[in-house]
Design a protein around this ligand. Structure first.
Ligand SMILES: [Zn+2]
Length: 459
């Protein structure tokens, strides 16, 4: 981009030899320039220093192109020339540009999910509130069960998840946290397998993870120093561990790679530029494997261990290319996907996403991430259930308005809970109990930002 012109408050100085030139303000960022000279003759108008000025001949209704700070105009036969000079405002940084949409359409926000939900992706060890408060949120929102996973990189273990889950058996389900570094030692994967068996016996673990691969192997979270000896998913040293997971029928929740925009140059062409700058864990460190390679390794493991089930977190980092994701699901039958923190990506493509979820409802499960508040759950429900137009999401993923998918009941039932219950038998019980107490299941409230909907609800 070229350097901006002088501040818009300064009136630009236009000159044309042999002519009287008069300049006056003409609304925001515009000036009316009157050039009076020999009628029917050409004149050369100069505007020193005004590199961004656009000029329109108001009489001939033509835009004029500046060349080197000057432009040739023509004075009409019967009067002075009238020109409009447009001087763009001082540049607005893309980091500051946050326009408020003036569009107002009717909207509904579900207070609770229309059908009971199994949330397979949460990290409730991060929740400062007592478990009782989490259970209140779940009851309010119709979330029947939540799988909670601890973080090895925060020094947490399976026991931390189990401690929480014991306070709400059947509703909070613990995941097993794995010490992947063991695999680098002789006999280590065997010890990992034993630890897993113990997690199931002692802690009733229902899932493994969350494991990450951000291009530097399974025990790297994509932040901090680059690991010196990366351990990749398909490393044969891990085979005994995958065998044990298959035998125990414990699915793995795996965060493989990041969103596509993170792998593209961070420039004016990048649709997620601002968010990438603000999200340190989306930063790609040099030297890591790319999106394709990370997924190829993961799929290789799933082909080698057909009894192993993996749940790809966050739409497998491929939410912007649902056709590619569908192809992966077709090729790898033991791969499932989870929606956590990607409802904004679905809401950008409501019809395509609804078709995708309809087709793959028996391979898609519901998830959140971290410790979800009521509003985030309700945003997810609104995206999946409503047919609302152009609403704003707090998530802010991308700069597109959200559109409801309006999923039919049978797709909602599957994605909310039934598919998860098939791969997590412990969740099936919670789902059955929640389904039995349905009846008061859901009630819609108007969108506070849409006055028409409020009036309709009050009337
Ligand atoms: Zn997570």
């Amino acid at each position: 981009m070229t350097a901006p012109g002088p501040a818009a408050a300064d009136t630009p100085v236009f000159q044309a030899a042999g002519c009287a030139v008069h300049t006056e303000p003409y609304g925001p960022h515009a000036y009316l320039v009157t050039v009076d000279g020999p009628r029917g003759e050409e004149a050369v108008l100069r505007a020193a220093g005004w590199r961004h000025t656009m000029l329109t001949d108001l009489v001939r209704k033509q835009h004029l192109a500046w060349g080197d700070g000057e432009v040739t105009i023509r004075v009409p036969d019967d009067r002075a020339a009238w020109l409009m000079a447009f001087v763009p405002p001082a540049e607005v940084s893309v980091f500051d540009f946050a326009p408020t949409a003036l569009l107002r359409t009717p909207g509904t926000e579900p207070v609770r999910a229309r059908f009971p939900v199994v949330d397979v992706h949460a990290h409730l060890t991060m929740d400062p509130a007592p478990v009782a408060e989490r259970l209140r949120v779940m009851a309010e929102l119709n979330v029947a069960a939540v799988v909670t996973a601890a973080f090895a990189d925060r020094g947490e273990t399976s026991a931390d998840s189990a401690r929480l889950a014991r306070q709400a058996p059947g509703r909070l389900l613990p995941a097993a946290t794995v010490d992947w570094s063991l695999a680098r030692r002789p006999g280590g994967a065997r010890r990992m397998a034993e630890a897993l068996e113990a997690d199931v016996r002692a802690h009733r673990a229902v899932l493994i993870g969350e494991m990450h691969d951000k291009g530097f192997g399974v025990d790297d979270f994509g932040v901090g120093p680059v690991p010196e000896d990366p351990l990749f998913l398909d490393d044969p040293r891990l085979d005994p561990f995958w065998e044990a997971a298959s035998a125990l029928a414990l699915p793995v929740i795996a965060h493989c790679g990041d969103e596509l925009a993170a792998y593209r140059p961070w420039d004016a062409d990048n649709e997620a530029l601002v968010r990438l700058y603000r999200t340190p864990w989306a930063r790609r460190r040099p030297g890591g494997e790319g999106h394709e390679e990370i997924h190829r390794r993961r799929d290789r493991v799933l082909r080698r261990f057909p009894g192993l089930v993996m749940i790809a977190a966050h739409l497998d980092g491929t939410g912007e290319r649902l056709d590619d994701l569908a192809e992966r699901l077709r090729r790898v039958p033991n791969l499932y996907v989870e929606l956590g923190a990607r409802h904004a990506v679905l809401a950008r493509q409501p019809r395509h996403a609804a078709r995708f979820l309809d087709r793959w409802r028996d391979r898609v499960v519901f998830g959140g991430d971290r410790v979800q508040d009521r509003e985030t759950y309700r945003e997810q429900f609104r995206v999946l259930e409503s047919d609302d137009d152009a609403f704003a999401l707090r998530d802010g993923r991308g700069r597109w308005p959200a559109y409801g998918l309006g999923l039919p009941d049978e797709v909602l039932r599957a994605v909310y809970g039934e598919t998860a219950a098939r791969i997590l038998p412990a969740a099936a019980q919670a789902l059955a109990t929640a389904a039995a107490v349905r009846g008061t299941a859901s009630r819609d409230v108007p969108d506070a930002g849409t006055p028409d909907a409020v009036r309709k609800a009050e009337g």
